[in-house]
Design a protein around this ligand. Structure first.
Ligand code: HMG
Length: 387
């Protein structure tokens, strides 16, 4: 039985800052951000958008197309958790009216969280072939105003429906994993800003990529040329470009061109949204599917990396007519609807979002009709509302 991705829903908040504006404000050459880092824009979450609301909004993109009675598992991967105890997924379950029998919880290992959820969901569907699983990755990347990491922030969510006989990507058996207890990036309790050993993190990411990619090919008796596309966790697109350069080293012209083109296709959303941690690799997948022309059965390699650190390489085959499942126009409209903030407005919005509203204070949102948002707390219980 084939199991894999049947639906993809994407959401990002309604504000962004332009990288050229940011470069000017930080006295940097814009090409450092545009080329050196590889980012054009960065989504900004105000106080009313958090991991939960973005996760609901991403799932809303496809919820009316599925049979909700079949959803047996709901897993939420995030490192922007809103509670130390209650799972973000329970708020989502309520908002989406999923049945009480659903098994639901939250998982964490930095950006690896959605891949962990995917593997749990794959195994669940293998055992319960009539049921489906919703898995959500939702995050706000925050390093702080004026930090070296600032240009690699972002906000957004990806929601995936996992089922048997999937309509988008059939996952292949097996994977190669590698983990090591290191301190490249972390966020201590009580801090809304991540701490990072930036240069070290970029090197570890590449070392882990080489490790799991080589091991995967060896285990599966595959060569680089067998892949139609390889996609990456993209903390910023230059990082993926460097990994892709490793992948295509010593390849013939045809393979090199193919994997360069597929990488270009896969980075389009990330370039405009920024780092969305857990959701990032799956935003690369969505971007690849929307911007490349893949034959049915095309082999896609996926590299997942979560700081701390955990990496995994796995693969899937594209399903015929996958295009019918996508909403490319809707995704572009979501990006185009965003308000361009001045750098001052971005700084104020960013700093305001670090504060918790006073208990009992009701927040209002400037999002469009139908969008869910965080409306403040009542008796320290988070309230989510739909516009
Ligand atoms: P930095 O020190 O500001 O940048 O920090 P730099 O001086 O290294 O320059 C960056 C690049 O721009 C360099 O290119 C420069 O040459 C180039 P490279 O050598 O890398 O090829 N450059 C220019 N290019 C064109 N025109 C110019 C120009 N000037 C310079 N005029 C850093 C960069 C990424 C370290 C920083 O932004 C940071 O700390 N970011 C956060 C950490 C991060 O994203 N790490 C990625 C790997 S870890 C990961 O992926 C996990 C993560 O997602 C978290 C999780 O798992 O949850 C982060």
């Amino acid at each position: 039985m084939q199991v894999g991705i049947d639906k993809i829903g994407f959401f990002t908040p309604n504000k962004y800052v332009d990288m050229v504006d940011l470069a000017h404000a930080r006295n940097e050459d814009p090409n450092k951000y545009l080329i050196g880092i590889g980012q054009k824009q960065m989504s900004v979450a105000d106080q009313t958008q958090d991991a939960v609301s973005m996760g609901i909004n991403a799932t809303l993109r496809y919820i009316d197309q599925i049979d909700k009675k079949k959803v047996g598992l709901l897993v939420f991967g995030t490192e922007s958790s809103v509670d130390q105890s209650k799972s973000a997924s329970l708020f989502v379950k309520s908002a989406l009216n999923l049945r009480p029998e659903v098994r639901t919880f939250e998982v964490k290992e930095a950006c690896f969280g959605l891949t962990a959820s995917l593997m749990i969901a794959r195994d669940f569907v293998r055992v319960h072939s009539d049921e489906t699983a919703i898995i959500i990755g939702s995050d706000i990347a925050r390093y702080g105003v004026g930090t070296p990491g600032e240009v690699t922030q972002g906000a957004g969510s990806i929601s995936l429906l996992i089922k048997s006989d999937p309509a988008i990507l059939a996952l292949n058996d097996g994977h190669s994993a590698y983990s090591q207890d290191i301190n490249d990036f972390w966020r201590p309790n009580g801090s809304k800003l991540a701490m990072v050993d930036g240069k070290y993190s970029t090197q570890v990411y590449l070392d882990f990529f080489k490790n799991v990619f080589d091991k995967y090919k060896e285990d599966k008796h595959l060569e680089t040329k067998d892949f139609d596309a390889i996609i990456y966790h993209l903390p910023f697109t230059k990082q993926g470009l460097k990994a892709n350069r490793i992948a295509i080293e010593n390849q013939d012209e045809e393979t090199t061109n193919r994997l360069q083109n597929s990488f270009e296709a896969s980075k389009q959303l990330s370039m405009r949204v920024g780092n969305v941690y857990t959701a990032s690799l799956y935003m690369s997948l969505l971007s690849l599917l929307e911007n490349d022309e893949l034959d049915s059965d095309a082999l896609v390699g996926l590299f997942s990396y979560g700081s701390g650190a955990m990496a995994e390489f796995f693969s899937g085959n594209v399903v015929a007519d996958y295009q019918k499942q996508l909403d490319e126009k809707g995704d572009l409209a979501l990006l185009d609807r965003r308000q361009r903030l001045t750098v001052k407005e971005y700084e104020d919005t960013f700093n305001n979002a670090l504060e918790e509203p006073k208990d009992g204070e009701e927040l209002s949102s400037d999002e469009a009709e139908g969008v869910w948002y965080f409306a403040g707390t009542k008796n320290h219980i988070r309230q989510y509302k739909q516009k």
